[in-house]
Design a protein around this ligand. Sequence first.
Ligand code: DX5
Ligand code: ZN
Length: 215
Amino acid sequence: MKVSPSILNSDFSNLAEVIKFVERSGADMVHLDVMDGVFVPNMSFGPPVISDLRPLTNLTFDVHLMMQHPDRLIDAFCEAGADIINIHLESQAPIDSTLDHIRSLGKTAGLTIKPKTPAQAVFPYLDKVGLVLIMTVEPGFGGQRFMSDMMPKVEAVRKEIDRRNLTVELEVDGGINADTALIAAKSGADIAVVGSALFKSDDAPALVSSIQSIT
Ligand code: DX5
Ligand code: ZN
């Protein structure tokens, strides 16, 4: 599995050090959670912060937009340095044209679903995404419990990706640690977002490499 650490529960007063910590952990990318206070009951940061972080690392920026209108800021997130832009299927964005827009800017388009959204909802878009992100908690806060009842959904999306011979990556987000990453990988996930488990860990590189060794 690839590991994409979420910095949501890190020390925002020292984000430069946080990025270095993620790099030292050996992670494959960094997961940046953007919240607008409307789509989810919390707020975090936006393009200016991402743009300040961009020169600090070559890690892939995996940006997760928990926004009601992600379509209004795609150019801004792209200019700020996002590599993967994940929008929510439940947002108010026109999904097809927003995914097209992200791709037209040369970025990877990701489509994300909340726990109550069925797997089948992403099927019509699989041809135009590079990544599907399945939430394993209700979005909005770090440190919540992994919902193992999302695994049939991960399996269903994996099966459809494989049936159609697509190269779409399947990411899970919420409550991931070494144990739950294993469960998600068995269901077919190939990228694990790891937030609080990593920042609470005594040995971040060991945690990252143990998840990376899951096949
Ligand atoms: C939740 C965010 C997640 C979350 C991950 O709304 O999208 O990325 O912060 O954090 P943990 O691993 O603590 O659940
Ligand atoms: Zn996230």
